[in-house]
Write a protein that binds this ligand. Structure first.
Ligand code: IPD
Length: 265
């Protein structure tokens, strides 16, 4: 595939992410946010999550019937084209319910390598996109990571898993980190955390227990904006994966500070 092909994938992802974001807003405006739970009582899924994934799957299938699909709400189709879409219809479901930033996230990958993606934040009307070799953009304008080489001056974000035992281990890891950075943010949507690193709104992000649909688009957007990604995802996009994404000048130091991922089970 050429850069032009990747760009076309990114444009498709942007159109569909915008449409899904609008649908999520419509559901919210109508109060159609009935909640079910998934892995635990605090891991929620709404009617809107399901409707947005359905819309995304329909649009992708119509445009690119041979592509594979992997969605947070269950979409699972093998690829015959070599491309698989990793889809989070509403990344930040808890945020969505509380009126905080959320985003549909669509990342196209060849094997484990993301090649195009889009993340759309409807409340702020912000479209982030990237394609392999083509840089990253926010509403069409090029974005870059910050230039920083002191971890003690870095603003770092992270996330927490839905399971209480895992969270406890993440918190123990955090205790070690917070003493050595400027400050910590917990945004509530991994995709947007990655976009924030890309746009220089934070300097780094790390999280353990992250799924491919949370990060496929965001890791490309961060990488194309100049971020260093310390974790390898080769055949390892699963709940045990620890991801460190940082401005290059602080990536080694943050990686050393965060250390090895704790055992999750
Ligand atoms: C979650 C969010 C959160 C992150 C979790 C994700 P969801 O995705 O991205 O910030 O900490 O690991 O599972 O469930 O809201 O789509």
């Amino acid at each position: 595939m050429t850069e032009t092909d990747y760009k076309a994938l990114s444009e498709l992802a942007q159109d569909i992410a915008r449409e899904a974001g609008q649908l999520a807003l419509d559901y919210k405006a109508k109060g159609l946010t009935q909640v079910d739970t998934k892995s635990s009582e605090v891991d929620m899924v709404t009617e809107a999550d399901k409707a947005c994934e359905k819309l995304i799957v329909e649009r992708l299938t119509a445009a690119r019937p041979e592509d594979g699909l992997k969605g947070e709400e269950g979409a699972d189709k093998p690829s015959t084209s070599g491309i698989t879409w990793h889809i989070d219809p509403i990344d930040g479901t808890t945020n969505y319910l509380y009126g905080l930033p959320f985003a549909p996230s669509l990342g196209a990958a060849i094997g484990d390598e993301p090649v195009a993606g889009a993340i759309y934040a409807p409340f702020s009307d912000e479209m982030f996109d990237a394609y392999k070799g083509g840089g990253s953009r926010l509403n069409g304008e090029t974005i870059r990571v910050n230039e920083i080489d002191r971890l003690d001056l870095a603003l770092v974000s992270s996330g927490l898993y839905y399971d209480a035992d895992v969270r406890t281990k993440q918190a123990q890891q955090l205790v070690n980190v917070v003493a050595h950075i400027r400050d910590l943010r917990r945004g509530g949507a991994a995709s947007l955390d990655l976009c924030s690193v890309a746009a220089g709104r934070t300097d780094a992000y790390y999280e353990i227990g992250i799924n491919s649909w949370d990060i496929a688009a965001g890791m490309l957007i961060a990488a194309e904006a100049g971020a260093t990604i310390k974790t390898s995802f080769e055949a390892n996009w699963n709940k045990g994966t620890q991801m460190i994404v940082a401005a290059p000048g602080i990536a080694d130091a943050l990686s050393e500070l965060v250390g090895d991922p704790p055992e999750l089970n």
